[in-house]
Structures are given as C-alpha cells and as structure tokens.
Write a protein that binds this ligand. Structure first.
Ligand SMILES: [Zn+2]
Length: 478
C-alpha cells in the first residue's frame, strides 16, 4: 500500500472489451488490430502496472535502464514504437512487456544481475516479444483464461472489479507465458539485438542460472516470477550455448559493462520495502501511514500496494483494506449507493479512538449473493475501507472474524515499527581474494549466506571471489 494513495484505474478491462473475441476466431481478429490500438492498450496496461508496483525512485537508474533498452529497440524491426523501459518497485524477480513497447524490469531482478550485458539480454528478450507481436496475440488468450493472481477464485473478474479488487486490473496480461515457441523466438531476437549493440551475449547464460537458483531458494512464491513465465531454463541455456559456438571472433572485446551496472545498483533497496507496509504473523503494519490491522489467523495475506488482501484458507471469504476518497460518511454513502448493494445495520462508532462507520451489507452478483461487513475508519485525514465479504450462506461463520479485523484497526505507535527501513545493496571492491564465507565475516550482510552466494552469482559459500572483485553485500535492518 503506498502512502501516496494512488487509486486503481480499471480501464484495461474496458479497453480489452473492444477487441473481445471468441476462442475460435480470436487470433485472426486480433492480428488485424492496428498498431495504434496496440499502443493504446499497452499504454493503459503500463499505467496499471505503474500503479500496482510503483517505480523505483531513482532517476539515474531509471534513465540508465531506459537508455540501454531504447538503444536496442531502435535497432529492432519496430524502431518507431513509443518504447519505454521502467524499473518497477517490486522485490520479485521479473520482467514483462506490455504491447506497444512498454517494458518493465523489477528491482528484484536487477538484484540478481551483475552487469549490463545480462541486463541487456533480458531487455532484448522482452523487446523481442513486442517486435514479434506476441503480446498482441496473447491478449486474446489472457482474456479467455481470465487468470488472476489467485484471489479471483472467489469472485468473477467483473465482480472483483466492482469491489475494487486488483485481480481485474488487466495485469494478468503481463504474467502469462507466451508459449514455448514464442519464448524461443524472443530469445533469438534478444540475442541478436544484444549482439548487434556489441554486448557479450555469453553473459545471458548467467541470467538463467541465477533465476533458477533464486527460484530454488525462494520456494513457491505467491507472486509470479520471470522464471514462472519462462520455464525450461536448462533447454534455453543449451540453445544459447549452441549459438555461442558460432559467435564470430571480434577484434575488440564485446561489452560486459560490469562497473557501470554495479555503480547504478549500489544503494538499491533489497527485498521487501517495509516503508510500504509489512506483515508480522497475521498483523499488517504500515510505517508511512502509521496504522496496523490484524487479519484472521491462518489467512493468506498479500500487500498489493493499493490494497492489502486476505483470503480465508477455504478461499470463500475475502477481506480487503484500501484507501478511499472522501470522509468516512462520504465513502459509506458511495459504497451503499452502489447499484445492487443493500445496507444492513449501519452505525457510527469509535474504533480504538478513531472515528468510524461500520455496517453490514448484501449484494447480488451475477454469480451469487454475497454478504459482509464494510468499515470506514478515519486516521490522519485519510479514510480506510475494510471490506469483508463471503457468500451469504457462509456469512454467519465469518462474522466474528470480519468484526475482529475491523476492530483491530489502530494507529501504529511502536517506534521501532515506525522507524523500520529497507535493506540496501552495497558494492564492495575486495582488497584480496576471499570466499563468500570470508567476505561475509569481513563485510557482514543482513541476509542468509545462500542469498549472498546467489546475488554474487557464486557457486557456493566456499567459492572464491578474486582480488578486485566487486561484491554485493546487503546492509540495513529490513
Ligand atoms: Zn519471454
């Protein structure tokens, strides 16, 4: 959840309706989509992505990634698209392309990379998806599959949208796999773009190796990673290595750009940024907005920036917390004034000393009748809406959990939580050769040794980093 309280714009679903297709004729119709339409849809998806993830607040880094990406794209088959390259403020390693040339790479992926050649190989691959129009073809499949981030299972996307859920934000477009053939093609195109710009394409192999290790270390992540949408890393490494055999010799060495790259990511936030809110067991704490709230024990929780969402283990109830415009009274009127929403008992009261309006409601959706509790609570001039709902027949089972969550909302006063700062990458030039373990003793990091091995692209804790090696360490509390 962002302190700047930006709100989701659900224009994507609308934009996509305009090119709605049936499963049989879909691809043909979409192939007729004009470049103008493709750009417009991409632009809207990009707006949505920026709202969900936020962008890393570092102009020099943003400019650097944009410049490298643009150089590659301008030498591609579609130089005239409005190419933009942005670093998304997400710790999950991922990169994605929206139609029309809007490309994102997360800071979580930058963390795993060691040089410009690796970065360029990712950007080149994503450019390949756009130049080959994979994203255009994918839109029909995305629409048909209606994949969400896992919370869409309770509500149909239109209903989720009505309730302000992010599942319907069109962002699932960005997380789909394009299919094996398209990935091969994007690999080939990316390889060529990087090579043409003089980069050492051998570095591409490291990217896959790091991602694979990262996935092993992270286990099952609830958020899609680049590896999830780009499977078969072993096969891809093999393919690249086969191409590398045919690499013509050059008079001058190809560009790797390690020093430039590492200088750019020196100081970059590492892992989750607690300033945007963090969980402690079932409690969500937000230092910037200075509030806390307790979700029911055992529920699956996710901080989606514009909303914090918790789903019941049976996936039949959802609680969503978000900022809404207006006073609690205005927000309550807006909520109960929605078509199809009928109000139960609604009343004003104090929640932990904060003015609030709390009321039951029922709503008839196309699929089922839902019921629940909506709470509007005011803190520091901002209005928070806690929306809890379930199918009406289950409501009695969840009423206590819904109320307990609503009544747990409170001002955050714990100074330690309020002062929480993110961890950061720090680049250290080694004065002598040392193993990763020795490095961690001489320059301690605030992360497990396996993670340190990973971000430095070493094989193991006993691998030796040579003299002059620029090593990443992670500092700060996190
Ligand atoms: Zn891809």
């Amino acid at each position: 959840m962002r302190a700047s309280s930006r709100f989701a714009v659900f224009t994507i679903a609308l934009a996509l309706t305009a090119c709605a297709v049936n499963p049989v004729t879909g691809d043909r119709q979409l192939a007729l989509m004009s470049e103008g339409q493709e750009i417009e849809i991409g632009r809207q998806v990009a707006v949505s992505a920026e709202q969900q993830f936020g962008l890393v607040d570092d102009d020099a880094l943003q400019e650097y990634v944009h410049r490298l990406g643009t150089q590659l794209a301008q030498a591609s088959e579609r130089p005239d698209l409005p190419w933009t390259f942005r670093v998304a403020d997400s710790s999950t390693p991922n990169a994605f392309a929206a139609p029309g040339g809007y490309i994102f790479i997360t800071r979580g992926l930058l963390t795993l990379l060691r040089n410009e050649a690796e970065l360029v190989s990712i950007l080149g691959h994503e450019i390949g998806h756009v130049t080959a129009r994979h994203s255009v073809a994918m839109m029909s499949r995305a629409q048909l599959a209606q994949l969400g981030l896992g919370i869409g299972s309770i509500l149909r996307p239109e209903e989720a949208e009505r309730f302000g859920s992010l599942a319907a934000g069109g962002l699932q477009l960005l997380f789909l796999s394009y299919g094996r053939d398209a990935e091969r093609q994007a690999d080939d195109l990316g390889y060529r773009y990087a090579l043409e710009q003089g980069y050492d394409v051998r570095e591409m192999v490291n990217v896959f190796a790091s991602l694979q290790k990262s996935a092993e270390l992270a286990g099952q992540s609830p958020v899609p990673t680049w590896l999830a949408s780009h499977p078969y890393p072993a096969e891809r490494i093999e393919r690249i290595e086969r191409e590398l055999v045919n690499l013509p010799p050059t008079a001058t060495p190809r560009r790797i750009g390690e020093a430039d790259y590492l200088a750019r990511i020196d100081g970059l936030t590492y892992g989750e940024d607690p300033r945007e809110g963090f969980f402690e067991a079932n409690r969500f704490l937000h230092p910037e907005l200075a509030f806390r709230v307790d979700f029911p024990q055992g529920w699956r929780m996710q901080n989606m920036r514009q909303a914090v969402v918790a789903g019941s283990p049976q996936e039949d109830a959802l609680i969503q917390l978000m900022l809404v415009p207006g006073t609690p009274k205005e927000a309550a009127d807006a909520f109960f004034g929605q078509q199809g929403v009928s109000a139960g008992q609604v009343g004003s009261q104090q929640i932990n000393g904060l003015p609030a309006i709390i009321g039951g409601f029922e709503v008839q959706t196309e699929q089922s009748r839902l019921g629940g509790l909506v709470t509007l609570v005011s803190l520091e001039g901002r209005t928070y809406r806690i929306l809890a709902f379930t199918p009406v027949k289950q409501r009695a089972d969840y009423e206590r959990s819904f109320r307990a969550t609503a009544y747990s909302f409170a001002r955050l006063t714990n100074p330690e939580a309020l002062a929480r700062q993110p961890q950061r990458i720090s680049i250290v030039r080694l004065p002598r050769a040392m193993t990763v373990v020795e490095f961690n003793t001489a320059y301690p990091s605030a992360i497990p040794i396996e993670e340190l091995v990973l971000i430095n692209q070493m094989d193991g804790p006993q691998s030796v980093m040579p003299t002059g090696f620029k090593a990443k360490r992670i500092i700060g509390e996190g």
